[in-house]
Design a protein around this ligand. Structure first.
Ligand SMILES: Nc1ncnc2c1ncn2[C@@H]1O[C@H](COP(=O)(O)OP(=O)(O)OP(=O)(O)O)[C@@H](O)[C@H]1O
Ligand SMILES: Nc1nc2c(c(=O)[nH]1)N[C@H]1C(S)=C(S)[C@@H](COP(=O)(O)O)O[C@H]1N2
Length: 180
């Protein structure tokens, strides 16, 4: 029997200062450790640490989806109102279709923690058969946002014929509607 191939998941930190080595990339590591907590099926991270440059973000997202065949790409940073925050624009530029429910739910959930949740323009979209999801840059936002939207992600990937993601149900409960 053929061994199960690990699911390929992109983790992209968009931060001028983390990419310049001014601070450690805690948020990118938090995405990896959160996914490790959730997933019981094998997966492999494709990690990139880049500055807030729209062309660089777009090229990185295209590379992870088109060349590395990632079924999911999670970004952190660059979603706010500052001039250099352009991750949502880069995401929209590379996606065929947007998934606005992700941003709506993450903002609503984040509002339970910080009144500035609405300052994030985080979004999500589909490029080919890959889902791209934006998270804010703050390390604490990673788990708060992923806990909210991850239950819908395995089924979204199923619908695009991606790998079957299995989760530790004591940590996160993916929802897959039953076939009638
Ligand atoms: N990848 C990260 N790792 C650790 N801390 C981060 C990271 N990204 C952001 N932070 C923290 O959250 C704060 C706000 O993040 P924000 O994304 O707004 O940064 P920024 O002001 O745009 O600067 P930069 O792009 O250089 O990270 C930062 O000042 C930093 O303390
Ligand atoms: N869960 C959560 N969401 C959050 C935050 C946070 O601390 N936790 N910070 C907010 C703030 S202060 C900003 S400016 C925006 C955008 O952050 P970014 O530019 O780092 O992506 O995310 C918002 N969303």
């Amino acid at each position: 029997m053929k061994a199960e191939q690990p699911a390929r998941i992109g983790v992209v930190t968009v931060s001028d200062r983390a990419s310049a080595g001014v601070y450690d990339d805690i948020s990118g590591r938090a995405i990896e450790s959160t996914l490790d907590d959730y997933l019981t099926s094998p997966w492999q991270a494709f990690y990139r640490l880049i500055p807030d440059e729209k062309e660089v973000i777009e090229a990185t997202l295209r590379e992870l989806v088109d060349d590395e065949n990632c079924c999911l790409v999670v970004t952190t940073g660059g979603t706010g109102p500052a001039e250099r925050d352009v991750t949502p624009e880069a995401t929209e530029a590379v996606c065929d279709r947007m998934m606005p429910g992700f941003g709506e739910l993450m903002r609503a959930e984040s509002l339970k923690y910080v009144p500035t949740a609405i300052l994030s323009r985080q979004t999500a979209g589909l490029r080919g058969s890959s889902l791209i999801v934006n998270l804010p840059g703050k390390p604490k936002a990673i788990r708060q946002c992923l806990d909210a939207v991850f239950p819908a992600i395995p089924y979204c990937i199923d619908l695009m014929n991606g790998p079957y993601l299995e989760c530790d149900e004591s940590v996160i409960q993916p929802f897959r509607p039953k076939k009638s």
